[in-house]
Design a protein around this ligand. Structure first.
Ligand SMILES: [Zn+2]
Length: 50
């Protein structure tokens, strides 16, 4: 379980650019790749199957 916690915390640090889907570090304001300023955090919660 500890490993999962670490992985989740690592994933939650990642922010995804909505334009080019590039990964950016948490706290980054702009995408490092295209400069787009709208980033979303990567999902923390586990996938839920429909
Ligand atoms: Zn981008």
């Amino acid at each position: 379980m500890a490993k999962f916690a670490i992985v989740e915390s690592e994933l939650s640090k990642v922010r995804i650019c909505l334009r080019c889907k590039a990964r950016n570090k948490a706290g980054s304001i702009k995408c490092r790749k295209c400069g787009y300023h709208v980033l979303r955090p990567k999902r923390k919660s586990k996938r839920v199957k429909k």
